[in-house]
Design a protein around this ligand. Structure first.
Ligand code: FAD
Length: 701
């Protein structure tokens, strides 16, 4: 099979060898986890086939582009991180376009499109993309294509793929330019020049798609016939059923390889190596306590950890979050090394270079693969080996798979026709590269493919569950151990944390002598990412309503410890009414922090504690509220009073997939009832509270 961009067209017996003078557009990305970058790179690769040259840069590379003089269309792909924050490499750009002294028409010449990535579990969904979009408009720029808002919760590909398809159409309308195509027919060469108006570019892209269909259909047909009598009845990761198994496929074009890997002798000790984390300072801190705060029969196991930060310059406020630098599972790293036939190279340093002849535009050695590190170190600390492979990664794996049926299945999974199988067996199952290598034994990719496609191993965030007024020099946090029952595996970070603190958990159970020498405790690396949004009101007399089921209660334990201490220190001050809505499954199994919460109620720090249990049987046949939102509705009069008369603040923390939405709906319901308005009025009221910083969410999925 011929590989693109050399296109073979049977019908005309012509090979389209190259296109030059392609129409340029500027493509900028801002990316925290690497997803926006990889989407931008994919746009860049596809651009070629549609007759465009994408001039790709990171938003932070301000020396490589200048929007004030930019005459070609601009495309921005940007994610959102934290609580509506720009990714680190977009902060400067956002700051600069927000400068108030910019002339109102300074981008009047710009035509642009934005693809914003986000997670609707968070309150400020796609905020960075929306902010850039709004500001460019304010400065006179105009859309040539509608903004795309891709949601991680529902699967960003559902928006990203069609958005990219539509982009070519929109660019076509925006452009016209001269294109030179070299044609080869047998030994004859000829160059033709065409004006790349809408029609011609369309034809070029159509040929591209048609050819892929044609070549695949041709190569796959005999295989399908051979295997027709052992067709499986149920689809799975490795098996497809008709009609997909019989269908012609449109697969994405092969992403150009761009990395060359060499191994060199290692001169470093593993302890001298450091993963790339962020711009924030990283501290190694001892874990001085670990306690299981759920009973053994609870549905989820939650742990409380105490870190000693007394010997660091870390400072935090209740409501802040911090990040844990975690490694991949040691067993998975060893298995991956073995599967890649690289066990003998595990302790050699990996030297990366760009392939000299790479076709990838804007190719760069990935920043999250630091120089002079051993292969073992890179797989352990730098690459998210559990990441769900993107379709481009699957496409690259096809090239390194020898058994025809395995090759075909990988093609299906990355094809347009196989989109629902991709969602079912890759995305929704959290399938990772190791799962693929186990499932497709003839797939033997070189290391370079993994380095090209695996994103950065992200540090995991946790909310501080303590106040330094109550626990000086300490930082507490709580988390559920994430379990993937179908793979019998645990979350990368929570699984690792559990192993790290196993000796402490055993000591806690046996009430062993408490160690005082900090050097003997297990250590972990953390950094603080300050957020000033999710904080107690500066004025203590302002009432607060906190909603935090499960581990979502963490920041509120910090709030309450803080308030408890302030009340002791400021005896004459007025403190606003304080409410907490907490929920868990069972009163006896996972009502954690019960003693602390009861103490807060007893000493007046907490005025109202509303707790519900979603799986306990009704008491005396009385139906009880099950979820925090049920209690919120029951207390609607007080909540309305606190919000409207006393201008109180509402805080919501925890699961962003369901809880935050259900709680939002409960508030809307009570606003409708009490404000005697309709749904729209209630939503406007909620939006007003948000804009005043009085409805604050800190939610995660
Ligand atoms: P990973 O290996 O990253 O796996 C997580 C993936 O598994 C996700 O795709 C998720 O959708 C999926 N998943 C989650 N649970 C299950 C399950 N039971 N079965 C199958 N799939 C599942 N977490 C806390 O526990 N406490 C906190 O205080 C806290 N604060 C946070 C604050 C912020 C600002 C953010 C962004 C997140 C916070 N989190 C908190 C979430 C935390 O960062 C991690 O995502 C979580 O601990 C899982 O990490 P992991 O590496 O173990 O899981």
């Amino acid at each position: 099979m011929l590989s693109l961009p050399i296109l073979y067209c049977k019908r005309t017996s012509v090979i389209v060898k190259k296109c030059c003078k392609m129409k340029r557009f500027l493509l900028l990305y801002g990316s925290q986890s690497g997803q926006a970058q990889s989407i931008a790179e994919s746009i860049c690769q596809q651009a070629h086939g549609y007759g465009y040259f994408a001039d790709l840069h990171c938003l932070s590379e301000t020396d490589k582009y200048n929007l004030k003089n930019e005459n070609d269309p601009l495309v921005i792909v940007v994610s959102t991180t934290g609580v509506g924050d720009p990714p680190d490499n977009a902060i400067k750009f956002v700051k600069e376009i927000k400068l108030q002294n910019l002339p109102a028409d300074c981008f009047a010449h710009l035509r642009y499109a934005v693809l914003a990535l986000g997670d609707s579990g968070y309150s400020m969904f796609c905020n960075c993309g929306k902010t850039i979009d709004k500001r460019l408009q304010e400065l006179g720029a105009q859309h040539f294509y509608d903004t795309g808002l891709a949601d991680e919760v529902t699967g960003s590909e559902a928006v990203v793929d069609p958005w990219i398809c539509g982009l070519w159409e929109a660019l076509k309308k925006e452009n016209a330019s001269e294109v030179c195509i070299s044609l080869t027919n047998g030994n004859e060469n000829c160059d033709i020049k065409v004006v790349a108006n809408d029609e011609n570019v369309l034809k070029l892209s159509d040929i591209n798609t048609e050819l892929q269909l044609l070549t695949l259909a041709e190569t796959e047909q005999p295989l399908q016939n051979k295997e027709v009598d052992k067709q499986p009845s149920e689809p799975s990761l490795t098996a497809s059923v008709s009609p997909l198994s019989q269908s012609a496929l449109s697969v994405p074009s092969l992403p150009p390889a761009y990395l060359e890997v060499n191994f060199v002798e290692n001169t470093f000790q593993e302890s001298e190596l450091h993963p790339v984390t962020s711009d924030n300072a990283v501290f190694q801190v001892p874990v001085t306590k670990a306690r299981e705060i759920t009973r053994a029969d609870a549905v989820k196991t939650a742990l409380l950890l105490e870190l000693d930060i007394s010997e660091t310059s870390i400072s935090y406020q209740p409501g802040d979050t911090f990040s844990v630098v975690c490694p991949n599972s040691a067993c998975e790293v060893e298995e991956l090394l073995e599967r890649l036939r690289l066990t003998d190279k595990r302790d050699l340093c990996v030297s990366l270079q760009l392939k000299k002849d790479t076709k990838k535009r804007g190719a760069q050695v990935p920043l999250h693969v630091p120089k002079d590190n051993t292969l073992h170190f890179l797989l352990t600390w730098c690459l998210e080996i559990r990441a769900i492979p993107k379709k481009a990664f699957l496409r690259a794996l096809v090239e390194h798979t020898t058994i025809a049926s395995e090759k075909r299945r990988l093609q299906e999974l990355c094809s347009k026709e196989g989109a629902s199988d991709f969602n079912a067996y890759i995305r929704d199952c959290n399938t990772c590269v190791l799962d693929l290598l186990r499932a497709f034994p003839s797939c033997q990719p070189p290391l370079s493919i993994l380095l090209e496609h695996l994103p950065k191993l992200q540090a995991r965030s946790y909310s501080a569950a303590s106040s330094t007024l109550y626990h000086p020099g300490k930082l507490h946090f709580v988390f559920n151990i994430v379990e993937f029952p179908w793979f019998s595996r645990k979350g990368v970070c929570t699984g690792w944390l559990q192993e790290l603190v196993t000796p402490l958990l055993q000591n806690e159970k046996t009430e062993a002598r408490i160690e005082t020498n900090l050097t003997l405790f297990p250590k972990m690396s953390i950094f603080v990412r300050e957020s000033h949004a999710f904080r107690l009101p500066e004025d203590h007399s302002v009432p607060i309503v906190m909603v935090g089921p499960g581990t979502g209660v963490a920041p509120f334990i910090g709030f309450l410890q803080h308030r408890e201490e302030l009340r002791k220190q400021m005896k004459d001050s007025k403190f606003g009414e304080t409410w907490l809505f907490f929920g868990c499954r069972h009163h006896d199994r996972d009502y954690f922090f019960r003693e602390d919460l009861e103490r807060f109620v007893e000493n007046g720090t907490l005025n109202q504690l509303k707790v519900c249990f979603s799986r306990d049987l009704p008491v005396d046949g009385q139906i009880q509220p099950k979820y925090v939102q049920d209690n919120i509705v029951l207390c609607s009069e007080d909540i309305i009073r606190i919000l409207t008369v006393e201008r109180g603040h509402i805080y919501i923390c925890g699961d962003g997939k369901n809880m935050a939405k259900d709680v939002r709906s409960a508030f809307i319901e009570i606003f409708v009832k009490h404000c005697k308005g309709d749904q729209l009025d209630a939503m406007n009221f909620l939006a007003k509270l948000k804009s005043e910083g009085r409805y604050l969410e800190d939610v995660w999925s």
